[in-house]
Design a protein around this ligand. Structure first.
Ligand code: PLP
Length: 480
């Protein structure tokens, strides 16, 4: 493909994307295909000779679209949202074109510097404590990771390294292996599975702390397990708090947990993967109170802040903690400014070496929406969730299962788990809308997350009417 053809095909692709997003609600939200569907649709091997673009373009609708789950459809209510917006898509194109690998300042100064500044912009939108910002000479700062899972892992590894160093000072005769075997990390029994995975990869004991009737961990619950573990000779070193749990969007009580972690010399990481975006609105910012006790804080702009995947924002109070855990400095990566104190080399802040120019997506989205536009997006989706909650509440056959704070509604038919499982199967097999379930205190619960950027009140009402129709048939059958 030469430049002239790229210009032509690029314009066609932009039109295709605009049409796709404009008409997304006409597509079935969840595909009908069976596992392995794609194998029979394309050859077993790459072509020997180049094909034409026309041949390829035809196959987008023939091969790809039949197997796509349309996350941006207004009929998609599963998981949590996947960010998407035109400014972000344009920035992603530019990032692809520059295709730098910005592991150090020298590897592409704009890639590093824009990232530091965008993380400060975003930190200011959230009113994060000053300690987390890079500013011009701060000790903290932000970094873009790929996912919340990586952020939790990076935080856990930094905490592990910090605690091992500390214990070695106090007990020079203990081996690293001995210390590691005594370390214990904690998270809520409602925490995302990626937190347990971080413990597994980090090779440390990760324990679940029981949440209360609102699915939140309180200070007392953490204090109890810490006391028991210390009495047994273990060394508590890490608590991963969740703000906006995956099953029900519950909030750990970090104003209670934070001071305990600080007093114990434990690292508190906050995983606010979904909910974090809402903290840009003053009315939701109180949910982040207690962040001042944290060592690190993370959320995914790629979930709810109109930035497309991937872009997971991680801030640390002390960059030295993270860099201390990961620093590797072979000759081929050294550069003339690295020890000047003026530059950030993000390769020391993450697991991989290579990194994309992801901050362009933030820059485009923040400038073209403005804080006000982003707040409007969050508020609109919370209002839609509240509207859905009212519809559920108005039907006495149903119940709300957790407080609706942001854009997630957990609900069920008053009845058995089996009845609710059947309802969810009927909803998903009818293909009109797409939902996933969760388990809350042994109950099977349906999760309705407002996701699509184009979701409107009429879609919410349509979805509810559809659910009620299916439920009515089911309840009648059950009755007979
Ligand atoms: N943490 C929480 C609270 C989540 O809800 C999710 C995903 O929904 C994750 C972590 C995992 O996110 P990621 O895919 O960015 O690792």
């Amino acid at each position: 493909m030469d430049t002239a053809e790229f210009r032509k095909r690029g314009r066609e692709m932009v039109d295709y994307i605009a049409d796709y997003l404009d008409n997304i609600e006409k597509r079935q939200v969840y595909p009908d295909v069976e596992p392995g569907y794609l194998r029979s649709l394309i050859p077993d091997e790459a072509p020997d000779e180049p094909e034409t673009y026309e041949e390829l373009a035809k196959d987008i609708e023939r091969v790809i679209m039949p197997g796509v789950t349309h996350w941006n459809s207004p009929y998609f209510y599963a998981y949590f949202p996947a960010g998407n917006s035109y400014p972000s898509l344009l920035a992603d194109m530019l990032s692809g074109a520059i295709s730098c690998v910005g592991f150090s300042w020298a590897a592409s100064p704009a890639c590093t510097e824009l990232e530091t500044l965008m993380m400060d912009w975003l930190g200011k939108m959230l009113k994060l404590p000053e300690d987390f910002l890079a500013g011009t000479g701060g000790k903290g700062g932000g970094v873009i990771q790929g996912t919340a899972s990586e952020s939790s892992l990076v935080a856990l590894l930094a905490a592990r390294s910090r605690m091992v160093k500390q214990i070695k000072k106090d007990h020079p005769d203990w081996t690293e292996l001995e210390i590691l075997s005594k370390l214990v990390a904690y998270a809520s029994d409602q925490a995302h599975s990626s937190v347990e995975k971080a413990g597994l990869i980090g090779g440390v004991n990760m324990k679940q702390v029981p949440s209360d009737s609102k699915f939140a961990v309180r200070g007392e619950a953490l204090r109890k397990v810490i006391e028991e573990d210390k009495a047994a000779g273990l060394i508590p070193f890490f608590y991963c708090a969740t703000l906006g749990t995956t099953p029900s969007c519950a909030f750990d009580c970090i104003t209670e947990i934070g001071p305990i972690c600080n007093a114990e010399g434990m690292w508190m990481h906050i995983d606010a993967a979904y909910a974090g975006s809402a903290f840009i609105c003053p009315e939701f910012r109180p949910l982040l109170n207690g962040v001042e006790f944290a060592d690190s804080f993370n959320f995914n702009p790629h979930k709810w802040l109109l930035v497309n995947f991937d872009c997971s924002a991680l801030w640390v109070k002390k960059r030295a903690d993270i860099i201390g855990a990961f620093k590797m400095d072979p000759l081929y990566l050294k550069h003339e400014h690295q020890d000047s104190g003026l530059v950030t080399d993000y390769r020391h802040w993450q697991i991989p070496l290579g990194r994309r120019f992801r901050s362009l997506k933030m820059w485009f989205v923040f400038r073209l929406y403005g804080l006000r536009g982003l707040q409007q997006h969050i508020r609109k989706q919370v209002a839609l969730a509240k509207e859905f909650e009212s519809l559920v509440q108005a039907d006495e056959r149903f119940e709300i299962c957790a407080e609706v704070v942001l854009g997630l509604v957990c609900f069920r038919i008053k009845g058995s788990n089996e009845l609710n499982e059947t309802l969810l199967k009927k909803i998903n097999s009818s293909r009109k809308i797409h939902l996933v379930p969760c388990q809350l205190a042994d109950r099977f619960v349906l999760r309705m997350a407002v996701c699509g950027r184009s979701t409107e009140s009429k879609h919410i009402r349509e979805a509810w009417t559809h659910i009620v129709q299916l439920a009515s048939v089911l309840l009648q059958q059950n009755h007979h």
